[in-house]
Design a protein around this ligand. Sequence first.
Ligand SMILES: CC(C)(COP(=O)(O)OP(=O)(O)OC[C@H]1O[C@@H](n2cnc3c(N)ncnc32)[C@H](O)[C@@H]1OP(=O)(O)O)[C@@H](O)C(=O)NCCC(=O)NCCS
Length: 211
Amino acid sequence: MAAAAEEGAAAATAEFDASEVEYVSYGGEHHLPLIMRLVDDELSEPYSIFTYRYFVYLWPQLCFLAFHKDKCVGTVVCKMGEHRHTYRGYIAMLVVIKAYRGKGIATELVSRSICVMKDSGCEEVTLEAEVTNKGALELYGRLGFIRAKRLFRYYLNGVDAFRLKLLFTQPELHPSLVAAACEEGDQFHDDNSPVDQLHPDVSRESNPHFA
Ligand SMILES: CC(C)(COP(=O)(O)OP(=O)(O)OC[C@H]1O[C@@H](n2cnc3c(N)ncnc32)[C@H](O)[C@@H]1OP(=O)(O)O)[C@@H](O)C(=O)NCCC(=O)NCCS
Protein backbone atom coordinates (compact mmCIF):
# COMPACT_ATOMS: atom_id res chain seq x y z
CA MET A 1 0.00 0.00 0.00
CA ALA A 2 2.76 2.40 1.02
CA ALA A 3 4.67 1.73 -2.19
CA ALA A 4 1.53 2.25 -4.22
CA ALA A 5 0.80 5.48 -2.37
CA GLU A 6 4.34 6.73 -3.00
CA GLU A 7 4.05 5.80 -6.64
CA GLY A 8 0.73 7.66 -6.83
CA ALA A 9 2.26 10.71 -5.16
CA ALA A 10 5.18 10.63 -7.59
CA ALA A 11 2.74 10.55 -10.48
CA ALA A 12 0.81 13.48 -9.01
CA THR A 13 3.52 16.04 -9.69
CA ALA A 14 6.73 15.70 -11.65
CA GLU A 15 9.87 17.44 -10.46
CA PHE A 16 11.40 19.19 -13.43
CA ASP A 17 12.79 22.47 -14.58
CA ALA A 18 10.74 24.29 -17.21
CA SER A 19 13.92 24.66 -19.30
CA GLU A 20 14.03 20.85 -19.67
CA VAL A 21 10.78 20.83 -21.64
CA GLU A 22 11.28 20.73 -25.39
CA TYR A 23 8.61 22.00 -27.80
CA VAL A 24 8.40 20.56 -31.30
CA SER A 25 5.94 21.04 -34.11
CA TYR A 26 4.14 18.05 -35.57
CA GLY A 27 6.72 15.87 -37.26
CA GLY A 28 4.74 13.09 -38.89
CA GLU A 29 2.72 9.94 -38.30
CA HIS A 30 4.95 8.83 -35.39
CA HIS A 31 3.55 11.74 -33.37
CA LEU A 32 -0.07 10.79 -33.95
CA PRO A 33 -0.38 8.02 -31.30
CA LEU A 34 1.22 10.34 -28.73
CA ILE A 35 -1.31 13.08 -29.45
CA MET A 36 -4.24 10.67 -29.49
CA ARG A 37 -3.33 9.11 -26.17
CA LEU A 38 -3.04 12.46 -24.40
CA VAL A 39 -6.30 13.79 -25.80
CA ASP A 40 -8.25 10.55 -25.30
CA ASP A 41 -7.14 10.39 -21.68
CA GLU A 42 -7.92 13.99 -20.77
CA LEU A 43 -10.72 15.46 -22.89
CA SER A 44 -14.37 14.51 -22.50
CA GLU A 45 -15.15 14.45 -26.24
CA PRO A 46 -14.24 11.27 -28.15
CA TYR A 47 -12.47 11.82 -31.47
CA SER A 48 -11.86 9.33 -34.28
CA ILE A 49 -8.48 8.93 -35.96
CA PHE A 50 -9.96 10.71 -38.99
CA THR A 51 -10.54 13.82 -36.92
CA TYR A 52 -6.95 13.82 -35.70
CA ARG A 53 -5.65 13.27 -39.23
CA TYR A 54 -7.85 16.06 -40.58
CA PHE A 55 -6.15 18.53 -38.27
CA VAL A 56 -2.55 17.37 -38.33
CA TYR A 57 -2.36 16.61 -42.07
CA LEU A 58 -3.88 19.93 -43.13
CA TRP A 59 -2.32 22.18 -40.47
CA PRO A 60 0.84 20.46 -39.18
CA GLN A 61 2.35 23.90 -38.52
CA LEU A 62 -0.38 24.57 -35.94
CA CYS A 63 0.20 21.40 -33.94
CA PHE A 64 2.85 21.33 -31.21
CA LEU A 65 4.02 18.72 -28.74
CA ALA A 66 5.88 19.20 -25.45
CA PHE A 67 8.46 16.58 -24.44
CA HIS A 68 10.22 16.05 -21.15
CA LYS A 69 13.07 13.55 -21.43
CA ASP A 70 11.48 11.80 -24.44
CA LYS A 71 8.09 11.64 -22.80
CA CYS A 72 5.27 13.51 -24.51
CA VAL A 73 3.63 15.60 -21.78
CA GLY A 74 1.41 18.01 -23.71
CA THR A 75 -0.03 18.87 -27.08
CA VAL A 76 -2.10 21.45 -28.94
CA VAL A 77 -4.01 20.80 -32.19
CA CYS A 78 -5.51 23.60 -34.29
CA LYS A 79 -6.69 24.69 -37.71
CA MET A 80 -7.28 27.91 -39.61
CA GLY A 81 -9.28 29.10 -42.58
CA GLU A 82 -12.01 31.37 -43.95
CA HIS A 83 -15.05 31.75 -41.76
CA ARG A 84 -17.80 34.25 -42.64
CA HIS A 85 -15.46 36.68 -44.41
CA THR A 86 -12.88 36.35 -41.66
CA TYR A 87 -9.65 34.40 -41.72
CA ARG A 88 -9.54 32.77 -38.35
CA GLY A 89 -7.68 30.26 -36.26
CA TYR A 90 -9.34 27.58 -34.19
CA ILE A 91 -7.86 25.69 -31.23
CA ALA A 92 -9.35 22.19 -31.30
CA MET A 93 -7.48 20.35 -28.54
CA LEU A 94 -5.14 21.34 -25.73
CA VAL A 95 -3.87 18.91 -23.13
CA VAL A 96 -1.08 18.72 -20.57
CA ILE A 97 -0.77 15.56 -18.49
CA LYS A 98 -1.61 16.00 -14.83
CA ALA A 99 1.86 15.59 -13.37
CA TYR A 100 3.17 18.42 -15.56
CA ARG A 101 0.45 21.00 -15.05
CA GLY A 102 0.88 24.42 -13.53
CA LYS A 103 4.31 25.05 -15.07
CA GLY A 104 3.31 27.07 -18.11
CA ILE A 105 3.42 24.23 -20.65
CA ALA A 106 -0.10 24.82 -22.00
CA THR A 107 0.55 28.54 -22.23
CA GLU A 108 3.69 27.90 -24.26
CA LEU A 109 1.99 25.37 -26.56
CA VAL A 110 -1.00 27.55 -27.27
CA SER A 111 1.08 30.72 -27.67
CA ARG A 112 3.18 29.01 -30.33
CA SER A 113 0.08 28.06 -32.33
CA ILE A 114 -1.41 31.52 -31.94
CA CYS A 115 1.79 33.17 -33.19
CA VAL A 116 1.74 31.01 -36.34
CA MET A 117 -1.93 31.89 -36.86
CA LYS A 118 -1.22 35.58 -36.50
CA ASP A 119 1.77 35.42 -38.86
CA SER A 120 -0.45 33.54 -41.36
CA GLY A 121 -2.93 36.41 -41.46
CA CYS A 122 -5.61 35.29 -39.01
CA GLU A 123 -7.69 38.13 -37.62
CA GLU A 124 -8.98 36.15 -34.67
CA VAL A 125 -8.73 32.83 -32.84
CA THR A 126 -11.65 30.90 -31.36
CA LEU A 127 -12.29 27.79 -29.35
CA GLU A 128 -14.90 26.25 -27.10
CA ALA A 129 -14.37 25.31 -23.47
CA GLU A 130 -16.70 23.71 -20.96
CA VAL A 131 -18.22 26.36 -18.68
CA THR A 132 -17.03 24.22 -15.76
CA ASN A 133 -13.40 24.09 -16.94
CA LYS A 134 -11.97 26.74 -14.62
CA GLY A 135 -8.36 25.97 -15.51
CA ALA A 136 -8.85 26.42 -19.25
CA LEU A 137 -11.04 29.51 -18.82
CA GLU A 138 -8.43 31.10 -16.57
CA LEU A 139 -5.60 30.20 -18.94
CA TYR A 140 -7.31 31.61 -22.01
CA GLY A 141 -8.51 34.67 -20.09
CA ARG A 142 -4.92 35.45 -19.19
CA LEU A 143 -4.00 35.23 -22.87
CA GLY A 144 -6.60 37.86 -23.74
CA PHE A 145 -9.53 35.69 -24.88
CA ILE A 146 -13.03 36.99 -24.20
CA ARG A 147 -16.23 34.99 -23.73
CA ALA A 148 -18.21 35.62 -26.90
CA LYS A 149 -21.11 33.19 -26.51
CA ARG A 150 -22.59 30.54 -24.27
CA LEU A 151 -23.53 27.37 -26.18
CA PHE A 152 -26.30 25.34 -24.53
CA ARG A 153 -25.48 21.63 -23.94
CA TYR A 154 -22.69 21.88 -26.50
CA TYR A 155 -20.84 18.76 -25.42
CA LEU A 156 -21.94 15.12 -25.59
CA ASN A 157 -21.78 15.03 -21.78
CA GLY A 158 -24.50 17.71 -21.67
CA VAL A 159 -22.29 20.51 -20.38
CA ASP A 160 -22.60 24.04 -21.82
CA ALA A 161 -19.63 25.66 -23.54
CA PHE A 162 -18.26 29.15 -23.75
CA ARG A 163 -17.05 30.20 -27.16
CA LEU A 164 -13.86 32.10 -26.46
CA LYS A 165 -12.40 34.58 -28.88
CA LEU A 166 -9.06 36.33 -29.22
CA LEU A 167 -9.08 39.36 -31.52
CA PHE A 168 -5.76 40.46 -32.95
CA THR A 169 -7.17 43.78 -34.10
CA GLN A 170 -10.19 45.27 -32.50
CA PRO A 171 -12.13 48.11 -34.10
CA GLU A 172 -13.10 51.13 -32.06
CA LEU A 173 -16.75 50.66 -31.15
CA HIS A 174 -19.10 53.56 -30.72
CA PRO A 175 -20.19 53.76 -27.04
CA SER A 176 -23.86 53.29 -28.04
CA LEU A 177 -22.98 49.98 -29.72
CA VAL A 178 -21.17 48.82 -26.61
CA ALA A 179 -24.20 49.74 -24.47
CA ALA A 180 -26.58 47.93 -26.85
CA ALA A 181 -24.36 44.84 -26.87
CA CYS A 182 -24.31 44.85 -23.09
CA GLU A 183 -28.10 45.15 -22.84
CA GLU A 184 -28.80 42.17 -25.09
CA GLY A 185 -25.80 40.13 -24.04
CA ASP A 186 -27.09 38.60 -20.81
CA GLN A 187 -27.93 35.27 -22.43
CA PHE A 188 -24.25 34.75 -23.20
CA HIS A 189 -22.93 35.27 -19.71
CA ASP A 190 -22.57 33.12 -16.66
CA ASP A 191 -23.34 34.35 -13.18
CA ASN A 192 -19.71 35.00 -12.37
CA SER A 193 -19.05 37.11 -15.42
CA PRO A 194 -20.68 40.51 -15.43
CA VAL A 195 -21.05 42.09 -18.84
CA ASP A 196 -18.29 44.61 -18.34
CA GLN A 197 -15.86 41.80 -17.57
CA LEU A 198 -16.80 39.90 -20.68
CA HIS A 199 -16.01 42.67 -23.11
CA PRO A 200 -13.27 44.71 -21.47
CA ASP A 201 -11.24 45.18 -24.61
CA VAL A 202 -13.60 46.65 -27.17
CA SER A 203 -11.75 49.94 -27.41
CA ARG A 204 -8.24 48.53 -27.45
CA GLU A 205 -6.59 48.53 -30.83
CA SER A 206 -4.54 45.37 -30.65
CA ASN A 207 -4.12 42.47 -28.30
CA PRO A 208 -1.05 43.11 -26.12
CA HIS A 209 -0.32 39.41 -25.69
CA PHE A 210 0.36 38.86 -29.38
CA ALA A 211 1.29 42.34 -30.57
C1 LIG B 1 -6.11 23.33 -19.00
C2 LIG B 1 -4.68 22.75 -19.09
C3 LIG B 1 -4.34 22.52 -20.56
C4 LIG B 1 -3.69 23.73 -18.44
O1 LIG B 1 -2.38 23.24 -18.60
P1 LIG B 1 -1.14 23.84 -17.74
O2 LIG B 1 0.13 23.46 -18.42
O3 LIG B 1 -1.28 23.44 -16.33
O4 LIG B 1 -1.40 25.40 -17.87
P2 LIG B 1 -0.35 26.58 -17.53
O5 LIG B 1 0.64 26.08 -16.53
O6 LIG B 1 0.17 27.13 -18.79
O7 LIG B 1 -1.35 27.61 -16.83
C5 LIG B 1 -1.32 28.97 -17.13
C6 LIG B 1 -2.36 29.67 -16.28
O8 LIG B 1 -3.65 29.13 -16.50
C7 LIG B 1 -4.39 29.13 -15.26
N1 LIG B 1 -4.68 27.75 -14.87
C8 LIG B 1 -4.24 26.61 -15.44
N2 LIG B 1 -4.78 25.54 -14.79
C9 LIG B 1 -5.56 26.03 -13.81
C10 LIG B 1 -6.40 25.43 -12.82
N3 LIG B 1 -6.53 24.09 -12.72
N4 LIG B 1 -7.08 26.25 -11.98
C11 LIG B 1 -6.98 27.59 -12.08
N5 LIG B 1 -6.19 28.21 -12.99
C12 LIG B 1 -5.49 27.44 -13.85
C13 LIG B 1 -3.52 29.80 -14.26
O9 LIG B 1 -3.80 31.18 -14.29
C14 LIG B 1 -2.14 29.53 -14.80
O10 LIG B 1 -1.17 30.48 -14.40
P3 LIG B 1 -0.43 30.31 -12.97
O11 LIG B 1 0.10 28.92 -12.93
O12 LIG B 1 0.64 31.36 -13.04
O13 LIG B 1 -1.47 30.56 -11.95
C15 LIG B 1 -4.58 21.39 -18.32
O14 LIG B 1 -5.10 21.56 -17.02
C16 LIG B 1 -5.31 20.25 -18.99
O15 LIG B 1 -4.75 19.55 -19.83
N6 LIG B 1 -6.58 20.02 -18.63
C17 LIG B 1 -7.37 18.94 -19.21
C18 LIG B 1 -7.69 19.18 -20.67
C19 LIG B 1 -8.39 20.52 -20.87
O16 LIG B 1 -9.24 20.91 -20.10
N7 LIG B 1 -8.02 21.20 -21.99
C20 LIG B 1 -8.59 22.49 -22.35
C21 LIG B 1 -9.80 22.28 -23.18
S1 LIG B 1 -10.53 23.85 -23.63
